[in-house]
Design a protein around this ligand. Structure first.
Ligand code: PLP
Length: 438
C-alpha cells in the first residue's frame, strides 16, 4: 500500500471548478504546473479538494524542505501569531530576529559575520548587490549564463533566461556582465570545463569590464533553475581566488541549494569555498516569506536605515525559520540528503539501461536531476519527453518539476523527511513514466 490515493480522475471535479474560477480572475502568468488544488499537506504528501492524496516532489520549488506543516514549525508559527505578528523590526525589535541571526552565523560556520533579513530571494539578491557596491565603491556585477536570481529589476537583469522571464520587460539594470558557467555534460572536455569558464571570466576582464570596476561576482554554487548543473571541483575555488586577486566581493546565491538540501548547510562547503556573502531563502522558513544575507561586518554595516523594509524579518517567518534550523540541527536531517542522493541516483541509473533518452543523472545530496535528450550522441534537449513524463506522473499522483534553460531536466526537490517507501513510490512513477512515454 503506497501513500498516493486517487479517488477521482486527476484533476477531480472540485479542482476543475476552482481552476475555471482561477482562469477568470488570476493573471495568466500564474500558469499551473498541475491543475490540482490543495486542501491540506502533511510531510511528503498533500490531499487535494477532491480527496486525492499526492506525493510532493516539488516542495513548492524548494521551501518545504521539512515537508508540509512540520509540527515544530506549525507550533512555532501559531505561538508567534498569537503573541504578535508585525512591528517592523527597526521600530520595535524582537528576540527571534536576533536568535535567527545567531543561528545563521553558527550554522554557516561564519563566526563574526552579521545578518540582514528580507522577504524573498530576489529581495536579498537586490540588497546583496547594494551592499557589495557600497563596500567597494564599484558598480560592475558579474553573473553567469543560465543563472536564475529572481524577478525584480536587478535580480531579473542577473537572470539568464529570456522566455518567460525577461523578454519584453526591459530595459534592465546597467553594469551587469554575463560570462559562461561550466556545464560538464555539454562540454567537449568535462575535465576542462571549470578552467575554460575561469579563462572566459579573465578574458571578460579584458574585453567587457575592467576588474577594478567590478563590485561583485554572483554565483549559484549549483545552478538551480538552470538545471541543477554542478560545476567541476576546481571552478568555485578558482572563482574565489580571482575575486580575491581583484578585490571583488564573491556572492554565493544559495537560495535553492542552501539550508541543508545538499547534505551540508551550504552547497559551497562541498567545494571548500567560503564566499564573502551568502544569500539564503526558500527552505529557510518552510514557505513563510523570509530571506537572509550573511557577510562580514565590513560588508554589512552600511549605516542607519540604508537597507530594510516594512516586513523584512517578519516575526512569524522568523519563528518558522528558528524552528526549521532547530530541526536541522537537532535531528541530523542533513545526513538524510546523502541517502536520498543514492536512492534517486540508483533508480535513474537503472532506468538509463532501458531509456536511451536519459543523458545525465547528476546532483549532490537531495538536489538531484536527470537531463533528457533525444539521443546520447547529439544530446539535443528533449523538452517534450520531460513534459510527457511529468504530465503522466501528475495523473498518477506525483507532483514534480522540470528545470533547465531548455526545460529538458527533471529535478527532484523532495523533502528531507521523506520515507524510503514514499521516495521509492515516487521514483517508480517517474521512471516507469519515462519508460512508457518515450
Ligand atoms: N536565487 C535562486 C538561486 C533561486 O533559485 C531563486 C528562486 O527560484 C531566487 C534567487 C529568487 O527567489 P524568490 O523567488 O524568493 O524571489
Amino acid at each position: 500500500m503506497g501513500t498516493i490515493k486517487l479517488v477521482t480522475a486527476v484533476p477531480g471535479p472540485r479542482s476543475t471548478e476552482i481552476v475555471e474560477r482561477h482562469k477568470k480572475v488570476v493573471s495568466d502568468a500564474y500558469d499551473l504546473n498541475l491543475p490540482v488544488v490543495i486542501a491540506e499537506g502533511h510531510g511528503a504528501s498533500f490531499t487535494d479538494v477532491d480527496g486525492n492524496v499526492f506525493l510532493d516532489f516539488a516542495t513548492g520549488v524548494g521551501p518545504n524542505l521539512l515537508g508540509h506543516s512540520h509540527p515544530r514549525v506549525v507550533e512555532a508559527v501559531l505561538d508567534q501569531a498569537r503573541r504578535f505578528s508585525h512591528t517592523d523590526y527597526a521600530v520595535v525589535p524582537y528576540e527571534s530576529f536576533v536568535e535567527l541571526g545567531e543561528r545563521l552565523v553558527r550554522m554557516t560556520g561564519r563566526t563574526g559575520d552579521k545578518v540582514a533579513l528580507f522577504n524573498s530571494g530576489a529581495e536579498a539578491v537586490e540588497n546583496a548587490v547594494k551592499l557589495a557596491r557600497a563596500a567597494t565603491g564599484r558598480t560592475g556585477i558579474i553573473t553567469f549564463e543560465r543563472a536564475f536570481h529572481g524577478r525584480t529589476l536587478m535580480a531579473l537583469t542577473l537572470t539568464s533566461k529570456q522566455k518567460p522571464y525577461k523578454s519584453g520587460f526591459g530595459p534592465f539594470a546597467p553594469e551587469v556582465y554575463r560570462v559562461p558557467f561550466p556545464y560538464p555534460y555539454r562540454s567537449e572536455d568535462p575535465h576542462r570545463a571549470g578552467a575554460e569558464a575561469l579563462a572566459a571570466l579573465e578574458s571578460a576582464f579584458v574585453t567587457h569590464v575592467d576588474p577594478s570596476q567590478v563590485a561583485a561576482v554572483i554565483v549559484e554554487p549549483i545552478q538551480g533553475e538552470g538545471g541543477f548543473v554542478v560545476p567541476p571541483r576546481d571552478f568555485l575555488p578558482g572563482l574565489r581566488s580571482i575575486c580575491e586577486r581583484h578585490g571583488i566581493v564573491l556572492i554565493a546565491d544559495e537560495v535553492q541549494s542552501g539550508c541543508g538540501r545538499t547534505g551540508r548547510f551550504l552547497a559551497s562547503e562541498h567545494f571548500g569555498v567560503e564566499a564573502d556573502m551568502v544569500i539564503l531563502a526558500k527552505a529557510l522558513a518552510s514557505g513563510y516569506p523570509l530571506s537572509a544575507v550573511v557577510a562580514r561586518p565590513e560588508l554589512m554595516d552600511v549605516g542607519s536605515g540604508r537597507i530594510g523594509g516594512t516586513y523584512v524579518g517578519n516575526p512569524v517567518a522568523c519563528a518558522a525559520a528558528n524552528a526549521v534550523l532547530g530541526v536541522l540541527e537537532d535531528e541530523g536531517l542533513m545526513e538524510r540528503a546523502l541517502e536520498i542522493e543514492k536512492r534517486i541516483g540508483s533508480a535513474w541509473e537503472e532506468a538509463g539501461g532501458e531509456v536511451a533518452e536519459i543523458g545525465e543523472v547528476r546532483g549532490i545530496g537531495a538536489m538531484m536531476a536527470v537531463e533528457f535528450v533525444t539521443d546520447r550522441e547529439s544530446k539535443t534537449p528533449n523538452r517534450e519527453l520531460v513534459r510527457r513524463i511529468l504530465d503522466e506522473a501528475g495523473r498518477r499522483g506525483l507532483v514534480a518539476l522540470s528545470a533547465g534553460i531548455d526545460g529538458n531536466v527533471i529535478r527532484h526537490l523532495v523533502p528531507l523527511i521523506i520515507s524510503d517507501d514514499d521516495l521509492d513510490e515516487g521514483l517508480d512513477i517517474l521512471t516507469s513514466a519515462a519508460r512508457s512515454q518515450r
